[in-house]
Design a protein around this ligand. Structure first.
Ligand SMILES: C[S@@+](CC[C@H](N)C(=O)[O-])C[C@H]1O[C@@H](n2cnc3c(N)ncnc32)[C@H](O)[C@@H]1O
Length: 271
């Protein structure tokens, strides 16, 4: 894999000060579990949520592309794709995904950037589809991220986002856990050991009973647990808040897939 660039000094400073989790490191591991089945599933999700058969002739912005799996899926559906991420290791993962599956593809551009950077976002322009799954709540300023993502949607375009569900007290508890995980690395083994019975064993047992052992978007239960415990900055929102936020910006809800009030992301498509 190509080495991550360090285009964002603010990124490494945030990691150093314990204000940011290094998402990209985990995405590097995810590359080893990518296969044709996962790519096909990603394509099916995009088709289903966006209610389209193809993205031929459309432009697609992937904000916080992470592994690059959904950028690849959009490209395979025919879209011209622009992917960016704030974490240099995530950018490297997306580039590796392109190297493996779409080498020399002129219609897939990958860059380092932040959705919070208004100058950068203006320069990106507008797209038929703006996709940002599980990202805007990890920026440290979710509302600015919402605003910039909405501005990147063309007048007749779609915005597909996934945002952590607000579970009140429970969400505040997890925010505190994530802060400890990032600020005091020495306490990490303790944080992991304390939450493992719930996050790994109990959830494994529930999935086993429900016949849902297959990991849908993640890598493995172990690395998904680390991602969950470390995933900081972290904000949450109730579906009604998200829907009402975008309404005055001319974006109305077309599809919603909730996590059923539990821990996880609610998915929204606005047009
Ligand atoms: C949980 S991952 C989701 C990755 C991918 N969207 C997916 O669905 O698999 C969150 C990603 O958001 C990125 N991110 C965090 N803050 C960002 C920002 N300000 N601008 C762009 N990307 C950001 C992280 O680096 C990470 O790769």
């Amino acid at each position: 894999m190509t080495q991550p660039e360090n285009l964002h000094p603010t990124h490494s400073a945030e990691v150093q000060s314990g204000d940011r989790f290094q998402f990209g490191e985990n995405w590097g591991r995810f590359l080893s579990v990518i296969n044709d089945e996962r790519i096909a599933e990603a394509q099916a999700t995009l088709r289903q949520m966006l209610a389209v058969d193809s993205l031929e002739g459309k432009s697609f912005l992937d904000i916080g592309s992470g592994s690059g799996l959904f950028s690849l899926a959009a490209r395979r559906l025919g879209a011209k794709v622009f992917s960016f991420d704030y974490d240099p290791a995530s950018v490297a993962c997306t580039r590796e995904m392109k190297r493996r599956y779409r080498t020399d593809d002129a219609d897939w551009t990958i860059a380092a950037g932040s959705v919070l950077d208004s100058v950068y976002m203006k320069a990106c322009g507008q797209f038929d589809v703006v996709y940002s799954w599980g990202v805007l709540h990890h920026t440290g300023d979710m509302l600015t991220a919402f605003n910039h993502a909405a501005n990147a949607v063309k007048p007749d375009g779609a915005l597909f986002i996934a945002i952590y569900n607000d579970q009140g007290f429970v969400s505040r508890y997890w925010t505190a856990v994530k802060k400890v995980f990032n600020r005091w690395p020495v306490l990490r083994p303790l944080v992991i050991a304390f939450h493992m019975p719930y996050l790994l064993m109990l959830r494994f047992a529930i999935r086993l009973l429900q016949g849902r052992l297959k990991i849908e978007r993640g890598m493995s239960m172990w690395y998904d647990m680390l991602d969950w415990l470390g995933g900081y900055p972290f904000e949450v929102a109730k579906p009604e808040f998200v829907v009402e936020y975008f309404l005055p910006r001319g974006l109305t809800l077309r599809a919603l897939r909730t996590c059923g009030g539990r821990m996880g992301c609610n998915e929204y498509v606005f047009r």
